[in-house]
Design a protein around this ligand. Sequence first.
Ligand code: TXA
Ligand code: MG
Length: 340
Amino acid sequence: MKTERLTEKDLERAAELLREGGLVGIPTETVYGLGANGLNEEAVGRIFEAKGRPQDNPLILHIPTGEWLIRYCKEIPQAAFDLASAFWPGPLTMILKARDMIPKRVTAGLETVGMRCPAHPLCRAVLTAAGVPVAAPSGNTSGRPSPTKAEHMLEDMDGKINGILDGGPCTVGVESTIVDLTVWPPRVLRPGGVTLEQLREVLGNVEVDEGVFRLMESGESPRAPGMKYRHYAPKAPVTVVRGAPEQTADYIEAELTEKSGVICFEEYEGRFSGHTVYTIGSVGDLSQQARLLFDALRAFDHSDVTEIWAQGPEDQGLGLAINNRLNKAAGFHVVEVGER
Ligand code: TXA
Ligand code: MG
């Protein structure tokens, strides 16, 4: 299959491909998505084939406006409307009870569905033009780092999808926060672009699922089925080093071998000269770290490093999502080096 390269001027073509059951790479503010008409069972099935995604991992439905929520969900609690008015359009996915019209392939047979109204203007325009909810997981091959640029998505999907709509680099860079609103208190299943602190301002009480902090063992069934799979992983194994940045830099410097690669804060780049190093921004700049993380993880696959060491931020704000992605990329292989 030839993958059509589309830009803003080809909006109608992208919408047409979606309506007709094709697969289209779509930009969002978080990461690029692999979109298909969410009401078309066959089209949705093709998403799983193109990604090599396990069938039991449900998809998120993307809608152009929060008003569409009631079309596809039922028994919606007030908290969901409160969150929608605070954070939509934006990087928040809500798990709600699904109406019967949602194909079982989207929900992987669950009674619930993930709903998201993205903020990227071109994404909203294509959703509006398509006139259907768009089912879209992140646009990477299953297990690889999520794509934050159209080029990333083409690395994985060229020839497997009908088109890709280039909307430039993603501005958030980590995926949406997933909140389960079918339980009380609401529960964060995946930290993301909307922080826990922001959610607590609107909801008061919010719990964080334990799958955010540790590897789910075989036999356990996590609430977000995707949490049991290895994710975001470059080919070389990753070790995350947590602690005060000065100390984690010391630790990594001492452990480096000839073929080690490093993900570090800008301030420490000089410590690792002679090695393959990707900086993800300044120690305090969590937005920049989130934006650059997947790019860095992907970049190592074009180098000959055999192991990767990574400095991680604190868990506050966007740091919780950044650490979750780093920890998952590392298969939760994390070293703690003292207090911050
Ligand atoms: O930012 C994002 O959310 C991106 C962009 C493209 O919108 N999408 C994304 O989709 O990250 P995906 O499929 O890569 O991750 C969705 C996660 C998976 O871990 C899946 O198991 C979980 O959401 N999920 C989807 N529907 C669910 C449901 N009904 N109940 C629990 N978890 C669900
Ligand atoms: Mg994904």
